[in-house]
Ligand binder design. Structure first.
Ligand SMILES: *Cc1c(COP(=O)(O)O)cnc(C)c1O
Length: 531
């Protein structure tokens, strides 16, 4: 928002917060342990009440007000700050509590069982508590000394999750980074450096033919973005045709690889999807790995969303062959239910961990004896200072064991199957790809031939979200608009399934007649709801 906006709309209050009377008292209060205890009690109390309310389906899932209203209120808190910072901890904590109320009232309610929107997990409250602890000790992570315990925790988690995927214990490496986007980028930098030797120091010079990255038709945009960032050019991403289920077609990939070989086009990597973002499709990894091995090409598997099926005996077949990949990414903040951002990147060949950033920062990384560098996270990540992003997952898995994720993933799949069965029973419902995990695309195709099906489904989505018991999104797939939902909450159940079916029926009944105002408004683009 432009500065001009506030000046016109809300003249800032006279600022008085810079001449606070007693600096020593302020500093004492800022770091006072008893004040912290009280603040935390008030805030955690609010959060617990929120969980109780939201999980019992009180109120709407989606509470977003127009952005400018939120901006005005957020700004008002700043402008209300005065020198009269409460000197007693109680008043301070009360005010903090009210600020938390604003946060809770105006945030997406991921813990509401009706939240079937984006691929964002309702974090396990236990994990949130460990995030608070991590924030307070604030370990820097770039080198071992900046986070001795949290570095060990991170390495233990890399070992544990890599073994879960099927890599041979002791023979692979990995790291934790801030998000799948950065992890995909890091892996592709490593693959580029592997293929193009001195690209790190020299850049992409002297190449007769521009290299390419081959990727899944629906790969996450971070792949094309990485191709741009690493100097290939985003248009050097080649998308392989997929089959009716949205999986990369191995024959199409084989033909493409043969063709590129004939034309001597260097291939940096083949990127396969283990849970494609839009459709949730899982690629046939064994067939893709065979082709990559045959051609000597780096295989990168984007399992940001789907890595967690490795915990489930019933569903791990979806990622069969993943341990043959040269690199794999896995977002813990998606299907491992921890707060953002926490992503794992694995390399089958442990030495490749140092391939991406073969750069020295001598002031940090002192070359000493044995394998000390193994514990300096910053050697393998784009980041220097980094969050202790493995702590909360380590806590969950240390307290409950890995089997807790089998329980959660199996439950997620069970609810998804229930949704899918009920939807499939409705004649007018069309699902363009058979859901393999927890991402579902569908649309309602009314019998009336004069109806614009895309507009109908857009209006249907607005109707569902405004009603408030569910929140889902839309997407386009192969040129048509679909409703898309992702079952992320293990507490979703038949209530949500029935609410969706009921919404479809109610909406259809309304539009069986001669259309109504809401639909007409949507068709002319007047709804305020962003799709
Ligand atoms: C979410 C996602 C990403 C991006 O991860 P972020 O953590 O959001 O940066 C990449 N690939 C896939 C398949 C994803 O689902």
């Amino acid at each position: 928002m432009s500065q001009a906006f506030y000046i016109e709309q809300t003249p800032p209050a006279k600022r008085t917060d810079c001449h606070q009377s007693d600096p020593a008292a302020i500093i004492k209060q800022l770091y006072d342990s008893e004040t912290f205890r009280l603040l935390a009690q008030v805030v955690v109390g609010r959060l617990s009440d929120h969980l109780e309310q939201v999980q019992s389906r009180n109120g709407k899932v989606m509470t977003a007000r127009p952005p400018r209203l939120n901006l005005l209120d957020a700004r008002a808190w700043l402008d209300a700050a005065t020198a009269a910072t409460p000197s007693d901890a109680r008043t301070l904590a009360d005010r903090a509590g009210t600020m938390i109320d604003d946060l809770l009232a105006n945030s997406q309610r991921l813990h509401h069982p009706g939240y079937i929107g984006h691929q964002l997990a309702p974090p396990l409250p236990l994990a949130a508590v460990f995030e608070l602890a991590a924030a307070l000790v604030n370990q820097g992570m770039a080198i071992y000394e900046l986070g001795p315990w949290t570095t060990a925790v991170e390495k233990a988690m890399v070992e544990r999750l890599g073994e879960q995927l099927g890599f041979v214990p002791g023979s692979f490496s990995g790291l934790v980074t801030s998000g799948g986007t950065l992890a995909n980028l890091t892996a592709l930098i490593a693959a580029r450096n592997k293929l193009l030797g001195d690209a790190w120091s020299q850049g992409l010079t002297g190449l007769e033919t521009k290299p390419v990255v081959i990727t899944h038709m629906e790969s996450h945009y971070s792949i094309a973005r990485a191709a741009g960032i690493i100097g290939l050019g985003a248009e050097q991403c080649l998308y392989v045709a997929s089959d009716a289920a949205g999986r990369t077609d191995p024959q199409a990939l084989a033909d493409l690889l043969d063709d590129l070989k004939r034309r001597a086009v260097p291939v940096i990597a083949v990127v396969a999807s283990a849970g494609a973002t839009r459709t949730g499709s899982f690629d046939p990894l064994p067939a893709i790995a065979d082709l990559c091995e045959h051609h000597g090409i780096w295989l990168h598997v984007d399992a940001a969303h789907g890595g967690a099926v490795s915990f489930s005996k019933a569903h791990r077949h979806l990622i069969e062959g993943i341990e043959r990949a040269d690199s794999v990414i896995w977002d813990a903040h998606k299907m491992l239910f921890v707060p953002t951002l926490s992503t794992y990147l694995f390399y089958k060949n442990p030495r490749n961990k140092y391939l991406a950033f073969s750069q020295d920062a001598p002031f940090l990384f002192v070359e000493d004896s044995d394998d000390a560098h193994e514990f300096d996270c910053g050697l393998a990540t784009a980041e220097c200072t980094k969050r202790a992003a493995a702590l909360s997952l380590w806590a969950v898995m240390s307290l409950y064991g890995g089997s807790v994720y089998e329980t959660l993933i199996d439950r997620i799949c069970e609810i998804t199957a229930l949704f899918v069965a009920k939807l499939a029973a409705i004649e007018q419902v069309e699902m363009p790809v058979e859901p393999q995990f927890n991402i579902v695309l569908f649309r309602y195709v009314p019998e009336r031939p004069d109806i614009d099906v895309d507009a109908y489904n857009k209006a249907l989505r607005a109707f569902i979200v405004e009603d408030g018991s569910l929140y889902l999104t839309t997407t386009t797939y192969r040129g048509a608009l679909y409703l898309r939902f992702v079952v992320m909450n293990p507490l979703s159940n038949e209530t949500e399934v029935e609410a969706l079916i009921e919404a479809l029926t109610t909406f259809a009944a309304r539009h069986d007649g001669d259309g109504d105002a809401a639909f007409a408004a949507e068709r002319t683009g007047q709804s305020h709801l962003k799709v």
